[in-house]
Structure formats: C-alpha cells, structure tokens
Design a protein around this ligand. Sequence first.
Ligand code: NDP
Length: 278
Amino acid sequence: MIPNVQLNDGTAIPQLGFGTFLVPPEQTAQTVGEALRLGYRHIDTAQGYANEEGVGRAIAESGIPRDEVYVTSKLDNGNHRPDDVRRSFDETLRKLGVERLDLFLIHWPVPMLYDGDYVSTWKAMAELVEGGRLTSVGVSNFEPAHLDRVVGETGVVPAVNQIEAHPYFPNDTARAASHAHGIAVEAWGPLGQGAVLDDPVITKIAEARSRANSQVILRWHIQRGDIVFPKSTHRERMAENLALFDFALSADEVAAIDGLSQGEAGRVGPHPDTFDLH
Ligand code: NDP
C-alpha cells in the first residue's frame, strides 16, 4: 500500500513513515508501538531526540521481522568528530537493539563548528556502510553548497537529504540541488509542525473532498515525490496520516497549494548555515 522510493545506492525506502521528534522518551515505546500496529513500517528518530531506546523497544515488542521495518537515526551535532561518529553509531545500534541500521544521517552541517569540517564527518559516516552494520548513509539540513562540498571532496553521494519542506516553505533550492546530485529528498515538518494545518486554501480543498486537512497537505508531498514521516501522538491522527493512497489531488489543487509558498519567511525551523545547537 505504501510505495517505495528508490535510492541511489540501489536500496528502497517507504515513501511514508512515522516521525518521533518531541515524542517524550517515556512515551515512545507505546506511541511507536501504536504506529507499527496501524501499519507504519518506517520510523525516523535521532540521537538528539533521546528516544532511540523507546523506538527499539517498540520494534522488538511488535514481533515484526527486523527487515520489514525501515529505521533511520541521525548523528548528534556534538558527535561530528570521526571517533565520535563511530562511538555514537555503536551506541545508537545498542539503544535501538538492532545489529544493522537502515539509514544514518548527519543531522545538521553545523559549518560554524569543528573548523567548518563536516567532510571528515561525512567520510566516517560513509565508512560505516563498508562495515556492513549500516545500509544507507545520508545528510540532513544540507544546503546546496554543503552538498557540493561533500560530494566534490569525497565522491560519495548521500542517499538522501532530509530538509524542512512544506507548503509555506517548499525549499525548492535545496530540493533542486539534491535532485541534481541524484539525492532523494525527505521533507521534515511536512505539516509545517502544525502551522499549515488550518490554512484556508487547505481547508477548502479538504472540505470539497471530505478529507482531513493533514491528508491534503501530505498528499501534496507524496505527489511531489518526497519522502515524509509526519509525527503525531494521537492514534486517530496517526491513522489519518497513513490514508493517503486512495485519492489524488488535481493539477489545480496542487497549483493552489504551490501558491502558499512564503519563501524564506515560511521556514518554521532554523537556517542550516547558522544553527549550531549541540
Ligand atoms: P510535523 O509537520 O509532522 O507536525 C507535527 C505536529 O502536527 C504535531 O504538533 C502533531 O500534533 C500535529 N499533527 C500531526 N498529524 C496531525 C493531524 N492529522 N491532525 C492535526 N494535527 C496533526 O512536524 P515534525 O517536526 O514532527 O516533523 C516530522 C518529523 O520530521 C519529526 O517527527 C522528525 O522525525 C523529523 N524532523 C527532522 C528534523 C531535522 O532536522 N532533520 C527537524 C524536525 C523534524 P500531535 O502530536 O499532538 O498529534
């Protein structure tokens, strides 16, 4: 029911998954367990979310075979030194209770830290794939210049770039640069972290189709070809966000949603060139 997106390393990723940013650690096993019962088979977490253990517990308790659940985690901004990449990757596998991770991303480029060196971080990430315990390696919040630099200096092309994208901030510049390198785009904050949900244009389309506002927005992403993993801690919303493959937006509806772009002003998150939290 959920289509796969082919990645440039020959593997495939479910186009729709479940996000876990701000899912409280003590609630994560239960929430992710619910998502798996509903049919999600792709979970997005990060070292920085402090909930990898809960994700791991939910997968173990679900009884679903390991290779039927796609799991992504991300390198914390404090772990960019190559030794810390290797050490913290081991820790991520231990916390998730898995022997192999599907996808590991550099969470933010933090170009103002580590003397601007995210290239040695990238090399250490790519070496994890050679070790066999990581299937795919990618980046997140990489602007066009960051992509050009890692590809130019290492020759290793990230499988995905996970970037903020939604109708208020479609992020077409970073999307186009990713596509030019053959990198699949994952859209984080697909609902604008809630900001886009009550937009009147979305409401009008949703009412005309007797669909939830969230479904209209998420369907727009699906038709753009991006990978999405909305987050919700409410069961009925989780179910709603899964039901995207029994309808399609018309070209006019897509154009109306495209028209909501506010450019840079539409960002709900920080700019990757200046975000240095670690
Ligand atoms: P989303 O755009 O997924 O929005 C989540 C918000 O929307 C929550 O407040 C949720 O509320 C609400 N919501 C979800 N579904 C519905 C619905 N059907 N109806 C009404 N409200 C709804 O934001 P996220 O920031 O969570 O982005 C998704 C994922 O992307 C994250 O969870 C994380 O995995 C990843 N991410 C990655 C980042 C990066 O730097 N790489 C940065 C940010 C996110 P409630 O939970 O109360 O239902």
